[in-house]
Design a protein. Sequence first.
Length: 455
Amino acid sequence: MNDTPHLSNLAAIDAAHHIHPFSDMKELNAKGTRIITRAEGVYIYDQTGKKYLDGFAGLWCVNVGYGRREIAEAAFRQMQELPYYNAFFGTTTEPTTLLAQKIASHAGPHMNRVFFTNSGSEATDTWFRMARVYWKALGKGTKTQVIARKNGYHGSTVAGASLGGMKSMHEQGSLPIEGVHHIGQPYWYADGGDLSRDEFGLKMARELNDKIDELGEENVAAFVAEPIQGAGGVIVPPDTYWPEIARICKARNILLVSDEVICGFGRLGSWFGYQHFGVEPDLAPIAKGLSSGYLPIGGVLVSDRVADVLLNEVGDFNHGFTYSGHPVAAAAALANLAIIEGEKLVERVRDDIGPYFAARWKSLEDHEMVGEAQCVGLIGGLQITADKATRRRFEKPDAIGAAVRNYCLEHGLVMRATGDRMLASPALTISRPEVDEMIGTLEAALDHLRDTTPR
Ligand SMILES: *Cc1c(COP(=O)(O)O)cnc(C)c1O
């Protein structure tokens, strides 16, 4: 695995000193970590020189692809000019302010302000506090409870992991914290039973109404969801789901928070996921595609409804990070958004490569191991099944997804698996032949699974 002395040494150093996120370190160190050495376009290369098509855009984030000099140069210029200054004491920097304006220009008429963070997790902590501060300022200090969804993902800080609905995360660190509640996810394939997709979408949305009844409307601050659940398995909700969620939030007077960390910045063929689903959230955390991962930066979009109170009634909002709106990260993000605008990548996903990807992705539904192939824009979830007719699932879903993922990896394609769902989220710049390559390898992996797995 380690074919150069320098890099084999690096793997040993890594095993001795580096604790990886979301990893079983004992297992990883026994196996040896892969070292990614360079990348270009949609391809990454490891220490052996092996090339992989990155079907996942890093971690849902490298929207403009690898190797964009414009972003590197913007960061370099900004670092020479002014590497750091903060926004705490009545100051700002040019890229920070221009970035807020640029983001707002795409967010819709009701959404005009941004609070900057360094990550999606910090964005989650930020809106979580903001929502409570908002209600308190309005004299409704009892509205503190927040409703989220099973299997949602909102980051790894204490608030993020609490709001997320991952059991494996709640089990570590005594989570969720007080004041966080979860309702079901609109996962028709697993939970829909005999209901039609549309009936099931309404049923799951109405769990929100029931939960508000249970907690008391006077106690509920907000509901948060990803437009399409990402880490939970790219669960595309039925068409009936989002309109009903938006209706309930309005009728019950609770804030709607759309977690745009994956769906923002073109992934669904719209600037933000809420635009694809035609809803207007009150708060929206962003990160990932904001800088295409070239530097860490995130934030919260703040609607006029919330901003009017936060800016006029609260006084100091006692919250912020040393690097909120970091000028170098902001300069990189501005260069990234200039690429998305200049190359019309949002339109490309909506009208060109997205429909092409959809046709190819949907064709996988003909495979006998595939229960459903869902996608919107350039995000896809592929449900593996043990029996198409009855929607029966394999007894050990994690092993099934891992088998497909590992086959793909061996054959030069990076895919991610959540249980028995395969997830795709390639760069928005991916070409048609590259989509074909991705689908071809995935098909071969599914054939391999069919031929090697007893059902
Ligand atoms: C990745 C992610 C986050 C957390 O972002 P980090 O930058 O990893 O802290 C939050 N929400 C969603 C939907 C995500 O996918």
